[in-house]
Design a protein around this ligand. Sequence first.
Ligand SMILES: [Zn+2]
Length: 64
Amino acid sequence: MVKEAKVPMPKSRFLKVKCPKCKNEQVVFGCATTTVECKECGEKLSVPTGGKSNVIAKVLQVLS
Ligand SMILES: [Zn+2]
């Protein structure tokens, strides 16, 4: 279980993340209930874990 994100994960927030694989920047929903994949390379950026998202990608910014 890798836990890198130090940014708190509030509900109903959009997160700007960077794909660890292809460096693509993408905005994902902070409490998505489905797996979010990078639109460029298909790498998993965020997976749902019991109601909130476990963001795998590097979080650049939390958008309110
Ligand atoms: Zn990617």
